[in-house]
Design a protein around this ligand. Structure first.
Ligand code: TRP
Length: 447
């Protein structure tokens, strides 16, 4: 275990873990879901889910990881017995699949960044739609971007926990925040932007349906990187003094702030030019380039376009780093090989999945049950493996592991006040598992 690193500073812990959480989930998925699900009412539900389920779930994964101080499979094994290692292995597999398809979308962001720089996105709505269609179904271009993104991730991860992950997160996260603020200010200063702000902050509760609630819950899990052993792997690099509850609160706070800022970047500009932001997943690749051109002067539109796709790529990178680290740690510790070799294995697996996902977007017919391979990977992970991983973690901590062990980790062996422990364990034992089962059944179409 001599190669095992750890995070060097408290701020490094927060920024690296927040880097995992902040990603395409915040800047791509959250805005399109908010647009589709009615705005502020969805956001209120989302906040409730983060508070009641997200933060407790995060603390749970932190406990497993810091207790085990090793890769996810071993950490679950150490806490629950040998069968529980399966949860760690499952998380590692899930993360490889997510890394594969996430890199495809991240690769699109790189292409859009380059196109923004070269002015290739200028044109009317039909032109941008055609641009996206032609690019994403091209047999070679998106493939190269996908592989490039995975290799970029690889280069950070092989530098190790402190010199790679922590150092890059400390650099990328503040940059991301500054870029985001610039675009938010530009967007909110547009005439008519107020309607976009109202859409985000004035809830209309008649818009709430069961589907919206479940969407909010699924989004909260995805955005916090819950359920794939990601947080557990990062927590294995935490120190014994780290305050798990406070860290979870801070990370969830940063994640939520960035999601809302992403909304403030997109909706005021969209409303100012009369575009309804309910177009779903294609929002940032088809709707937004046209919105930017219409809402801003040509120079400002050019700059905003570049900043937007740059920050999207940065956010995606800090997340892919975390996905990569899960598998890397598992491969090298479980197979007793060196860390760089573990990283190579992880990269090879991710490239194989990424290539298949990229080709399935139009260049080749790779589909299962009528869904493209990319959609299948997204569905399998977000709707099945992620909730399953979180559910099993709740069962392990709430019902299997002796209460004393869990309380010791929660309170740092009695050095932190344990008043919230009772609330937390109640949420983990009853509320979270029941909610996850509800999401699960809904996703499968049963309720
Ligand atoms: N949370 C990230 C986002 O919002 C995505 C992510 C990173 C993730 N690591 C994960 C999702 C692990 C699920 C599991 O984009």
């Amino acid at each position: 275990m001599s190669e095992r690193g750890n995070f060097g500073t408290k701020i490094g812990v927060i920024l690296a873990t927040a880097g995992s959480a902040v990603g395409l989930g915040n800047i791509w998925r959250f805005p399109y879901m908010t647009g589709q699900d009615g705005g502020a009412a969805f956001i209120v539900l989302y906040l409730v889910c983060i508070l009641l389920l997200g933060i407790p779930g995060m603390v749970g994964e932190f406990i497993v990881g810091r207790h085990g101080a090793s890769n996810a499979a071993r950490a679950y094994h150490l806490l629950g017995g040998k069968w529980w290692a399966a949860v760690g292995y499952m998380g590692s597999v899930t993360s490889i699949i997510i890394l594969g398809f996430y890199s495809v979308v991240a690769g699109w962001c790189l292409q859009y960044l380059m196109a923004s720089l070269l002015g290739g996105l200028n044109g009317d709505a039909a032109y941008v739609a055609r641009y996206f269609q032609e690019f994403s179904s091209h047999p070679v271009k998106p493939l190269l971007w996908t592989v490039a993104f995975i290799l970029l991730t690889h280069l950070v991860v092989i530098r190790g926990v402190r010199r790679g992950i922590e150092r890059f997160s400390n650099l990328l996260m503040p940059t991301l925040f500054v870029l985001l603020l610039i675009v938010v200010v530009a967007s909110c200063l547009q005439p008519g932007a107020g309607r976009g702000v109202a859409f985000l902050f004035k809830p209309d509760f008649t818009k709430i349906s069961r589907g919206v609630l479940l969407d909010a819950l699924g989004q909260a899990f995805f955005s916090l990187s819950l359920g794939t052993a990601c947080l557990c792997t990062y927590a294995s690099y935490f120190s014994r003094q780290a305050n798990l509850l406070r860290s979870a609160g801070q990370i969830a706070g940063i994640d939520t702030l960035i999601a809302i800022l992403a909304g403030l970047m997109i909706f005021p500009a969209a409303f100012s030019v009369g575009v309804n932001p309910d177009s779903g997943p294609s929002l940032i690749f088809i709707t937004l380039p046209t919105v930017f051109q219409q809402a801003f002067t040509p120079t400002l539109g050019y700059i905003v376009g570049i900043l937007f796709y740059a920050l999207l790529s940065l956010a995606a990178l800090t997340s892919t780093i975390s996905m990569h680290e899960i598998g890397t740690a598992m491969f090298y510790e479980q197979l007793h090989i060196s860390r760089p070799r573990g990283a190579v294995l992880e990269t090879l697996c991710a490239v194989a999945i990424g290539v298949a996902c990229s080709l399935s977007c139009g260049a080749a017919d790779i589909s299962i049950l009528g869904k493209s391979f990319l959609d299948c990977c997204d569905y399998l992970t977000s709707n099945i493996l992620l909730p399953l991983g979180s559910f099993l973690t709740c069962i392990l901590l709430g019902w299997v592991v002796p209460r004393r062990v869990v309380r010791d980790e929660f309170t740092n062996w009695g050095t932190l006040p344990g008043v919230l422990f009772a609330v937390w364990i109640f949420l983990i034992r009853y509320v979270s598992p029941l909610c996850i089962v509800a999401v699960f059944l809904h996703q499968l179409g049963v309720i």
